[in-house]
Design a protein around this ligand. Sequence first.
Ligand SMILES: Cc1ncc(COP(=O)(O)O)c(C=O)c1O
Length: 368
Amino acid sequence: MSIPVRHAQSPIGARMNINGREVDYYCGTSYYTLHGNPQVIAAASEAMQQFGIAPATSLAMTPYEELEHLAKSFFDAESVSYIASGYLGMMVLAQALRDDYDIILVDELSHYSIVDAAATMGKKIVPFRHLDPEDLTEKLRAHVQPGQTPLVATDGVFPVTGAIAPLLDYTSVLERYQEAVLCVDDSHAVGVIGEKGRGTFEYCGMTSAVKHYFSGTLSKAFGGFGGIVVGDGPLEEKIEKNVRVPLGASRPPIPAAAASSMGIKLLRDHPEMRQRLWRNVKQVRDGLRNLGFDIPDTPIPIVNLKGASSLDLEHVQEELYSKDIVVAHIPPRGYSDAPDVASLRIAVFSTHSSQQIERLLATIKSAI
Ligand SMILES: Cc1ncc(COP(=O)(O)O)c(C=O)c1O
């Protein structure tokens, strides 16, 4: 049996309707399933009634101002710019900071957002080994000429494996280079990790003086849509001076901005949502480890399952689907950071019940 094209017939949820069947859903990136949350939907509808669908103007509009204000406070940041998509976030950062660095070093399995952003800069690009601060050290030594300043770019949390970039190790390497810059695409970490949900820098306990910035998306944990670029006060001016994205691309539609604001408010006011997500992640990770899989103990809601070469993971996915449980099968190198062998990607939501997770684990056990 192969799995038919899957059509969603309800909002994304821990339990949702796909192809006319009620299923337990473990795919995608809506880690709190806020995309189907009634308060998020109501906020989007109300804003649309008042302001219409899209900006189509350079006038200031309250939903955008409110969003940037809320995001600044959520991330405790001097500057947050709301842009068309998370994908463009790294491009905005790379272009805004263009006068601040000479050479770009990128994790070799960085998301396409980073690869494409680096390619627009006309500067030398040097890949370093995935998650490897020692290789970064060597590449910096070999490629950064005296007087040059490096910019290092990486995902904070990688989308398929859920690996966390060792940002503190990178900053200790970068401390040897005056004015070095660290830029992180934190799309899978914002709203998810760190005590206040501020992402990978908060999770790692970043205190280094190395200049650091991150981009992110509001279309995953926050249940809305659109990209954010987060940094210090001067970043806003540099964006205005050096970047054409905010001039050349409309911002996301009004309902998306209002939905994103509500997502930020919910995650700000309900830290128990993060606690619940981390508890579910632990249940899934512990359970899979008990089944013999090699699963690291992290709070990341992306769990990547690789088996022995004799284990047919496509068969496991099909068995799960036949029991109305949906997980993603990722072919070798099927996405930016996908491993070179097939794997299953299991996305854990705060709204999965403990019973649902028990059923997932029991079904995997009987399928392997
Ligand atoms: C690491 C990473 N960055 C950026 C994006 C794109 O974000 P958006 O959908 O807001 O453009 C994704 C989307 O999956 C992603 O995984």
